[in-house]
Design a protein around this ligand. Structure first.
Ligand code: UD1
Length: 388
């Protein structure tokens, strides 16, 4: 098992540059399947999920070259298979985007049921509802999904729940659908806008991405060449902001989009931290013990669930008792048991947790139960031994 050893106690100070968004990259990589030529992608995060996405695309017939550490050249002229490798697709969540992309490209796809972090039940009923509304038929059996369409025809789709994945997936499947598709109650996260911008730069006709009503006018074909740069990672930015606040540090965060972090910024100001923005740079610092607060996670532009564990570390050492309500995922408080091993006083029950702020955390062996929980525990490690 991989292990990080962190010697805590110092404020985090200095400068950092943010990489491309993970959740955009792992949607845009399958989205390149809609292009029957070549796509050059810049600002691609060099991370395991991206490498897995590349491996899956290669097994379908893509030729992929890393031009440099963060740029990819993807040649999709020769897609030959419609069965994605089950061992790879079940390793991560975003493999479900292959369904929308391959429905558009080949009208057919078989993938393993998506894996991903254990945050509680992660159904894909809204994805399937969208595909079926456009005329596809989906069959789930033996851990696989097979989706096929004779023809895709635009439709009005109302999402019963605000879902990032379903919004992007249905968008992917609707680009060549005959007529107009509307996605109502769509998610509005920055990476949805990023995927739509990528597809529009290829010649798709998507309007309203970033609002809760997206309209897609079907087109017959897309360009066969595009160069696109992935948006900076909102969650990585927020994680560094919270590391600065938790450690009473001082960080200059470059290559980010401060507006994507508005909900976090207002919470940081509320707990007594400082945030200033200049263009694509954020300056975040704190000299005081954080104050208590109440937080509820919500779809964008609300407070992101993917920053909830990192915020939980700040509140674990706040002056007073704080509450977090998690409204997106059922099991997103697993990290609190690990923080308690470090001396935190957190009581989690169901979708709420009460944080009685303590004066300091101490080092302990802890286990990262999921990706963002891991980020939170790194911040906790940084502040261990620091008295508030
Ligand atoms: C994406 C992000 C994840 C983030 C989440 C919420 C990726 C790869 N992952 O996950 O980091 O935590 O958004 O911001 O981009 N739901 C249904 N039926 C569906 C789909 C979703 O009921 O068909 C529910 C889920 O159980 C959850 C809520 O809708 O309660 C939001 O899920 P969704 O936005 O789809 O999350 P993901 O796209 O999987």
């Amino acid at each position: 098992m991989e292990k990080l050893i962190i010697k805590g106690g110092n404020p985090l100070k200095g400068e950092v540059s943010i990489t491309g968004a993970k959740n955009s990259a792992i949607a845009i990589l399958p989205a390149t399947l809609l292009c029957s030529g070549t796509c050059t992608l810049h600002n691609v995060p060099n991370i395991i999920d991206v490498k897995l996405s590349c491996e899956i695309l290669e097994q379908l017939g893509s030729k992929i070259t890393w031009i440099n550490k963060n740029s990819l050249l993807i040649d999709n002229r020769n897609i030959t298979k419609t069965k994605a490798p089950l061992d790879l697709t079940s390793k991560f969540r975003a493999s479900y985007y292959l369904i929308g992309a391959m429905l558009s490209r080949c009208k057919e796809i078989e993938v393993g049921l998506p894996g991903g972090c254990n945050l509680g039940a992660r159904p894909i009923d809204q994805h399937i509802k969208g595909f079926e509304a456009l005329g596809a038929v989906a069959n789930l059996s033996q851990g696989k999904i097979y989706v096929k369409a004779e023809k895709l025809v635009g439709s009005n789709i109302y999402m019963d729940t605000v879902s990032v994945g379903a919004t992007i997936n249905v968008l992917l499947s609707s680009i060549f659908a005959e007529g107009t598709t509307t996605i109502d109650n769509a998610a509005k996260e920055p990476h949805i806008v990023d995927v739509a911008n990528f597809l529009n730069s290829l010649g798709a006709d998507i309007r309203g991405a970033g609002t809760d009503l997206i309209k897609v006018n079907g087109v017959k074909s897309l360009k066969d060449n595009v160069t696109y740069s992935i948006v900076p990672d909102q969650i990585e930015t927020g994680t560094f902001m919270l590391a600065a606040i938790a450690s009473k540090g001082d960080l200059t965060i470059r290559n980010c989009i401060p507006e994507h972090l508005d909900s976090l910024t207002s919470k940081i100001l509320e707990v007594g931290g400082n945030v200033e923005s200049y263009g694509d740079t954020l300056h975040v610092w704190s000299t005081n013990r954080p104050q208590k607060t109440v937080i509820k996670t919500l779809p964008y532009p609300g407070f992101p669930t993917d920053l909830q564990p990192q915020m939980g570390v700040v509140l674990s050492v706040a002056d007073g008792t704080s509450i977090i309500n998690e409204s997106i995922w059922e099991s997103r408080f697993q990290y609190t048991a690990e923080l308690n091993k470090m001396g935190a006083r957190i009581t989690a029950q169901g979708k709420s947790a009460i944080f009685e702020g303590v004066e300091y955390l101490s080092g302990a062996p802890v286990y990262a139960t999921d990706l963002r929980a891991g980020a939170a525990l790194v911040i906790a490690g940084l502040i261990a031994k620091r008295h508030y």
